[in-house]
Design a protein around this ligand. Sequence first.
Ligand SMILES: Nc1ncnc2c1ncn2[C@@H]1O[C@H](COP(=O)(O)OP(=O)(O)OP(=O)(O)O)[C@@H](O)[C@H]1O
Ligand SMILES: [Mg+2]
Length: 402
Amino acid sequence: MPQVQEFSQRSPSGAAHLFHRPALASSMAAQLMSESFKSGLFLTGPRRTGKTTFVRGELAAALRDEHGAFVLYVDLWDDQKLDPGVAIYRAVGMALDAFDGWGVRLARRIGLKGFRLCGVEISLERINAGQVESLTTSLQNLTRVTGKRVVLLLDEAHRCQTTELGRVALHGLKAARDALLLTPGPGFRFLATGSHAHKLEHMVREKREPFLCARTRSLPVMGEDFLHWQRGLWEHGERPSLAVMGASFDRLFHRVEDFIEVCNSVRAIAAIDAGEAERMLVEQVDRWLANEKKVFAEKLIAAGPLATAFLHLKAERGPQFAPHFSGSHERVMQLLSLMGETAMQPDFSMQGVEATLARLEQLELLWHCRIYVIEDARHVDWLLEMELSTLFATDRRAVKAA
Ligand SMILES: Nc1ncnc2c1ncn2[C@@H]1O[C@H](COP(=O)(O)OP(=O)(O)OP(=O)(O)O)[C@@H](O)[C@H]1O
Ligand SMILES: [Mg+2]
């Protein structure tokens, strides 16, 4: 029987190319299995810092090998069209199906009450009508058939807040967690990840949220041992000093893949001395960041001046961002004027503002679910240091020329 059920189409990166953090995995696995974490653990970390790779690979392995857990990994980022609630029900159902004989599976699919979820449409109506086995029953059965503690790792859990079925599934998981805590047996643990602390914090701080009181923890960024590992990959030429590598990693916002790419490009041109290797590394980081900022500026141009002004306002105000407040509209007008858009008369009605913010969401620049969050934390600094007067200048020149 599989010990780690994966419900993801992303192919795991080759383990040989990965940097491993076994001590971190062991300590986090032990924490998660301890009594203090029985309400759940919410793990946060900035974008692209290795959360998924760590949770799906090393943490899952530590839970399985060191604690004999049955690990279910569900990636809510994977299929953006799939309702996160459906993804959760389906993952638990598929795990159970893996233990059932085909006869039982068939009986479920042809309509026996309480049938499970694979190959069956999961909807709110069916759940409300009791036609879908509850997550409590399914997870209880899963602990029974496996004889192991079930640990659910839910990647990008904040997506659950975006649909009704997602919220129902979260409440279902909470009910299952509570029921399994009360019944004798191997039990259940839950870990959720999210790329933005604010997105997850909301889920554990709000009274009405199912995981109130669950623990939060941020995944430590890769440390010096990771830099040593990268330096160890230098086969030809001189390598940059650890200090310069560390500074470069910091400048890249601890994005693992970006840093590895930059190091690879420096390694490809063998340097004659350490000084040259360091210069090349700094240059490559500059180039990398310049390109990322260019891509960001292109997105802003696609969003238009008004949406850019609102995003800038969000960067300035942080959690105090109030897009419907008249004081905010005054600031938006000032920002538009800084961009040279003096003739613009924006629609500041409720619908007008919502439409502008929706544009930012479509472009994945802003995330909204009760609170607004700038999707990529790097964008906050980039917006604040940006020369607004030139951003749309080319567009305006093109309009004049036409
Ligand atoms: N331990 C590692 N060793 C080597 N490369 C890694 C490691 N962890 C992550 N990476 C690289 O960084 C990329 C991003 O990692 P990952 O998807 O795990 O980050 P994330 O924090 O989950 O990102 P997101 O915020 O988009 O969900 C991976 O595709 C991989 O190329
Ligand atoms: Mg991830």
